[in-house]
Design a protein around this ligand. Structure first.
Ligand code: FAD
Ligand code: NAP
Length: 316
């Protein structure tokens, strides 16, 4: 393990991190873009993206590749590096990963979010055996079968619609009688013959035969009636949680772990910026992630310029 030094280390190579790396490297800073996996973030789990300007419709993995090619064109490095811990040492920050360690004048946290779990019986037992959070990755396993989608937000409704291209029937189970998803996604889902909705209901158990999922059991909250729906696959989209564990000691998130920043994407620790879904904010989209990333990259540049000016004065 070696210690590598950069002006800026960007943690997370989703749309926010890739854009941050683009802006910071174009400002002539040395930049390392780290990810615990492949670049692209949640875009890799999205079939079609039709609300990112410049593309009427583009496959998520294709937009990932386009963004990555842009982000490294001005010299930013990209490396595998699941970040374990970050510590603040004033004028420099130490980033410890499962591979190398890094020292940077500024860091940009763009670690995004992970899927919230339901924590019901069968969920963990049948993960990978029918339980999934990724229709694009796993949908093809259920060709001509019946699946259940849990949730009522953009992910549940959009991914449920995507699944109808592969499976015979999609039952979307939502805990209320109104969807949270964008209007256009709702209209498409309501018009789709392969989608059935089960309203006001909680799923209580995912049932299987020991090897694979066979059904889900739930209860209607209003009528108190129990139900069981046959399903080979269960796609859980009940919201997201921030990926902020490695930054726990820094006290720059709210109580749930979302990063708190000002409009320059600066946290309360000088030199630590955050961008994208990991921030506390209202609209979590590719376009808002890239917006945050651009601002964070530019803010890191201004921060480092001022830091270097102060250091030069102190040394003169
Ligand atoms: P992410 O895309 O989540 O990327 C974060 C990156 O950080 C990941 O690559 C992750 O591996 C990495 N990371 C996390 N922790 C660490 C660590 N400790 N060390 C190193 N790397 C780490 N938005 C749209 O605009 N249009 C859509 O059609 C659309 N469809 C969606 C469909 C689904 C199913 C979901 C879940 C979201 C969708 N979104 C869509 C939302 C959009 O994908 C997100 O808002 C966007 O990807 C957020 O970008 P980000 O860079 O902040 O985070
Ligand atoms: P979300 O918007 O938070 O929606 C989560 C859904 O799950 C809500 O309907 C919620 O119900 C339900 N839910 C939460 N906890 C539950 C529980 N314990 N049991 C049962 N249901 C529960 O999350 P998301 O849909 O994953 O979207 C995440 C972000 O990605 C959002 O910002 C979204 O806009 C974005 N996204 C965008 C697109 C797009 O632009 N095309 C596509 C996908 C995702 P309530 O409604 O009752 O709260």
């Amino acid at each position: 393990m070696t210690l590598k030094k950069y002006d800026v280390v960007v943690i997370g190579a989703g749309p926010a991190g890739m854009t941050a790396a683009l802006y910071a490297s174009r400002a002539n800073l040395s930049v390392m873009l780290l990810d615990r996996g492949i670049y692209g973030g949640q875009m890799n789990n999205t079939a079609e993206i039709e609300n990112y300007p410049g593309f009427k419709s583009i496959l998520g993995p294709d937009l990932s590749q386009e963004m990555y090619d842009s982000s490294v064109q001005f010299g930013a490095d990209f490396a595998y590096g699941p970040v374990k811990k970050v510590t603040d040492h004033g004028d420099y920050k130490l980033i410890e990963t499962a591979a190398d360690d890094y020292e940077a004048k500024a860091i940009i946290v763009a670690t995004g979010s992970s899927y919230r779990q339901l924590q019901i019986p069968g969920e963990e037992e049948y993960r990978g055996k029918g339980v999934s959070n990724c229709a694009v990755c796993d949908g093809a396993f259920f060709k001509n079968k019946e699946v259940v989608v849990i949730g009522g937000g953009d992910s549940a409704v959009e991914e449920g619609e995507y699944l109808t291209r592969l499976v015979d029937k999609v039952t979307i189970i939502h805990r209320r009688d109104q969807l949270r998803a964008q209007q256009i996604l709702q209209e498409r889902a309501f018009a789709n013959d392969k989608i059935e909705f089960v309203w006001d209901s909680n799923v209580q158990e995912i049932v299987g035969d020991g090897n694979k999922v066979t059904s889900v059991k739930g209860i209607n909250k209003k009528t108190k009636e129990s139900f069981e729906i046959n399903a080979s696959g269960v796609f859980i989209y009940v919201g997201i949680e921030p990926m902020s564990d490695p930054f726990g000691g820094l006290d720059i998130t709210d109580e749930k772990g979302w990063f708190l920043t000002d409009e320059k994407m600066a946290t309360k620790i000088p030199g630590i910026f955050a961008a994208g879904d990991v921030r506390k904010k209202d609209l979590r989209q590719v376009v808002t992630a890239t917006n945050d990333g651009g601002i964070a990259g530019q803010s890191a540049y201004h921060y480092i310029t001022e830091l270097e000016a102060k250091t030069a004065v102190a040394n003169s």
